[in-house]
Each structure stands twice: as structure tokens, then as C-alpha cells.
Design a protein around this ligand. Structure first.
Ligand code: XLS
Ligand code: NI
Ligand code: NI
Length: 439
């Protein structure tokens, strides 16, 4: 078997003192954090599109990534990428991976040909899955790159495009079932609009909901039981994406009776594009019982778009892991690195450095978040902050046994209203201490 990453051997845990850049310093898959191992909690996934398909092109320049499969084309290229990907998964020790249909197999001239190509490659992937420890976290259909999706897919004004999109998702669900994908993802793609001057938003959203219902029906029909996930994003490629953020997604799902069947796949960079923190989106999904999975990456505060960088910000990752632990983990979800190496990092080895950086960073975050929770640092503070609801009038508010008249009477009887400090800076100081001292 040809080695696509022949100068790299399996990445091992060597501990924080190691100076080997091709080793984990903090991610020790077997190490127990609480009652589960790091591997079980973190459930890392490799994104096929960024790692094996992305060629480095951007709006200003051509592809520049040096890859050992670059000399190939068509199905030969697709097959080489599959082989390379499983070699990579093994070497980086990834328990999961994720892909879009068009990442793995070339599109044909017709839907039939595209499906045939996909079948050939899915056969290859299936073979590898039989002997590999790596599993499929999720797959999805790319319904945004091909020019036919210029006005959207399930929200296109063109019913033929809608049908085409349905055919792609139908196939995607069959693939998910065959490869035992633990989840099936819907990221909005071009499901949104550019201007209201030409848009029937109500029809588009109704159609999107019909699409999701049909997808659920088909999954049921073929016996696919993976978790359905919606991945919110506020903008890009359209100006107004319909799945703006988690709160918008919840409203949509509840409006159309889909809330019991979907959870969210939350991407850090999408959260920040929406003007939220990563932890805000995770928290919002969590308190509604809808935190499903994570696209682990980070944006650049100086650039206003989805830069999909590898997540190395310990502070943000700690607060994210805090939410994930409070959620009891991610269930069938995982931490998928929806992240790409910078265009300047064009050598193959950079793929390893990038994943090691992301995995180590989340391992640190996990340890810190676990310790914070164990010591109840924030829990106790938050509990005491809301203590006024544990007795007296507060308790009556919580139990729903008071009314405006009684509250007015109570307020009239108050001599003074005394607030206490929120202690933001003190709490941040403590978090810094935990980040620095936990390891
Ligand atoms: C794009 C999205 C995409 C999804 C999968 O911004 O993050 O990569 O994760 O379609
Ligand atoms: Ni994503
Ligand atoms: Ni994204």
C-alpha cells in the first residue's frame, strides 16, 4: 500500500515536556477525566473537505497545497484521497471523520453519473471502515457549490432545483445508513436570500420545513437512525441565512414541528459571525436540550468572515468544554475540526501540526473545564447570585404562586433595593488561574 504521508509515523502522546512537534503534549486518549477517557469525551473528527480536498485557492490566487495525490485526476484522485485520509486518521489517531458528497467523489454530467461515482468511492470508504478504528461522525450533501444552487436548494424559487436537492439528500441518507454515520448534518449553504425585492421568504421557509420533514420520513423508511443536525450560520454565502443562529433555528424548528427530531451542530466561527460567543451558542442549545455536535474551529477577530482556523484559543475552548461537560458530553456528536490550514501552510506536514494543535488545545480545555466544574467555581457563584429566588417573594415567583398585585404590594413595602456586584473581573481572574494551574 502506498504511503501518502510516508515521512510521518503515528502521532503519540509524549507529555507536556516533549519538544517533538509531531507528538501530543496534552491529548492523551486513554487518560481519564472524571469517569470517561479523553478520547470518549472529545470524539475528535477530521473534516475531509478542508484536509483532503481543499487546494489552497482563494478569491485572489490559485491552489497551492503540496499534496502527494496532486498528480491524479477524476476517480483516481478520489480513490487516492480516500486511501490518504485513512492513513491520516490512523496516524493522527482520529476516532471520527466527516464529509460532503462532493468532497469524496467527482460530480458527473448527470445525477446518475454523480451517484455512480459516489457509489464507487463509498465502496472504498466502506472497505476502509471495516478495518479502521475511525468512524463516520456525519456526512452531508453539498448543495451550494454547483451553479444550479445559485438561488438556494430547498429554498430555491425553482422547483426543479428543489427536486435535485431532495435527490442529493436522499442519496446522502442512504450513504449515512450504509456507513453507519452517527449524525446527518444540514448546513444552510445558500438557504437564505440576497434581497427581499425578489424573495418570497414565507414560501422559502415553508419549503425548507417540508424538505426536512421529507428527509425525516425517508430516514425512517430506510431505517436510518442517526441524529439530524442543523448547523446555524448568520451569513455567507447569502446575506441573510435562514439558520442565523441557535435561537433562530429553535424558532424555525418549533414553528414547523421539527424540534424533537433535530439538534444543533454548532460552529465556533459561525457563532462569532452572528455576533455571539461560541459559548453563547453552545449554552443556548444546551439549555433547550439541543446541543448535538460541534464544528471546532475559530475565526479571526480582524477578519469578518468564516476563516475556519484551527482552534487554539485556550480561553474560548475552555468555556466551550465547560458547556459540553455541563451537557453531559456530546452524545452521538463530536468535535469536528471544520478547520483548514492557512494558505501559507501548504506543506503536507502542516496538516499534522494543525490537528495536533487543535487536539492538544481541546485536551487542555477539557482538563481546565473539568476542574472548574469539580470545584464548582462558577456554579456556586451563580447559585448564590440567584439566591433571592429560593425563599420569600422570589420563591413565589418561581413556583408561579404570585401575581402583579402582590408584587406591587411587596415592592411598595421595600425600604431599599440592594444589588450585589456581578464580579466579572474576579471571575475572569479565577479562570486565568485555572487555565494556568490545572495542568
Ligand atoms: C460552512 C460550513 C460547512 C458545514 C458543512 O461554513 O461550516 O463546512 O460544516 O456543510
Ligand atoms: Ni461547519
Ligand atoms: Ni463554516
Amino acid at each position: 500500500m502506498m504511503a501518502y504521508f510516508e515521512n510521518i509515523s503515528k502521532i503519540k502522546y509524549e507529555g507536556p515536556q516533549s519538544t517533538n512537534a509531531l507528538a501530543f503534549k496534552y491529548y492523551n486518549p486513554e487518560e481519564k477525566i472524571g469517569d470517561r477517557t479523553m478520547e470518549e469525551i472529545l470524539r475528535f473528527g477530521v473534516a475531509y473537505w478542508h484536509t483532503f480536498t481543499y487546494d489552497g485557492s482563494d478569491p485572489f490566487g490559485a491552489g497551492n497545497m503540496e499534496r502527494s495525490w496532486n498528480h491524479l485526476t477524476g476517480l483516481e484522485l478520489a480513490k487516492a484521497r480516500v486511501a490518504a485520509s485513512f492513513e491520516f486518521f490512523e496516524k493522527i489517531d482520529a476516532p471520527y471523520f466527516c464529509f460532503h458528497d462532493v468532497d469524496v467523489a467527482p460530480e458527473g454530467k448527470t445525477l446518475e453519473e454523480t451517484n455512480r461515482n459516489l457509489d464507487i468511492i463509498i465502496d472504498e470508504i466502506e472497505k476502509h471502515l471495516k478495518t479502521s478504528k475511525t468512524k463516520l461522525l456525519w456526512n452531508t450533501a453539498n448543495m451550494f457549490s454547483n451553479p444550479r444552487f445559485v438561488h438556494g436548494a430547498a429554498t430555491s424559487p425553482n422547483a426543479d432545483v428543489y427536486a435535485f436537492a431532495a435527490a442529493k439528500v436522499k442519496k446522502g441518507l442512504e450513504v449515512a445508513k450504509r456507513l453507519h454515520a452517527e449524525n446527518y448534518v444540514f448546513w444552510g449553504g445558500r438557504e437564505g436570500y440576497e434581497t427581499l425585492l425578489n424573495t418570497d421568504m414565507k414560501l422559502e421557509q415553508d419549503n425548507l420545513a417540508r424538505f426536512f420533514h421529507m428527509a425525516l420520513d425517508y430516514a425512517k423508511e430506510i431505517g436510518y437512525e442517526g441524529q439530524f443536525l442543523i448547523e446555524p450560520k448568520p451569513k455567507e454565502p447569502t446575506k441573510h441565512q435562514y439558520d442565523f443562529d441557535v435561537a433562530t433555528g429553535i424558532a424555525f424548528l418549533r414553528t414547523y414541528g421539527l424540534e424533537d427530531k433535530f439538534k444543533f451542530n454548532i460552529e465556533a466561527n459561525h457563532a462569532t459571525l452572528a455576533g455571539h460567543t461560541f459559548e453563547h451558542e453552545l449554552h443556548t442549545a444546551r439549555i433547550h436540550g439541543m446541543l448535538g455536535s460541534v464544528d471546532a474551529n475559530q475565526g479571526d477577530p480582524l477578519l469578518g468572515w468564516d476563516t475556519d482556523e484551527f482552534p487554539t484559543d485556550l480561553y474560548t475552548n475552555t468555556l466551550a468544554m465547560y458547556e459540553i461537560l455541563k451537557n453531559g458530553g456530546l452524545g452521538s456528536g463530536g468535535l469536528n475540526f471544520d478547520a483548514k490550514v492557512r494558505r501559507g501552510s501548504f506543506e503536507q506536514d502542516d496538516l499534522f501540526y494543525a490537528h495536533i494543535a487543535g487536539m492538544d488545545s481541546f485536551a487542555i480545555a477539557l482538563k481546565v473545564a473539568h476542574k472548574l466544574l469539580e470545584d464548582r467555581v462558577l456554579e456556586d457563584f451563580v447559585d448564590s447570585r440567584y439566591d433571592s429566588y429560593n425563599s420569600g417573594i422570589g420563591q413565589k415567583i418561581i413556583s408561579g404562586t404570585t401575581n402583579f398585585k402582590e408584587l406591587e404590594e411587596y415592592a411598595l413595602g421595600l425600604k431599599e433595593v440592594k444589588n450585589t456586584s456581578g464580579r466579572t473581573e474576579k471571575l475572569k481572574m479565577i479562570i486565568n488561574q485555572y487555565v494556568l494551574n490545572t495542568l
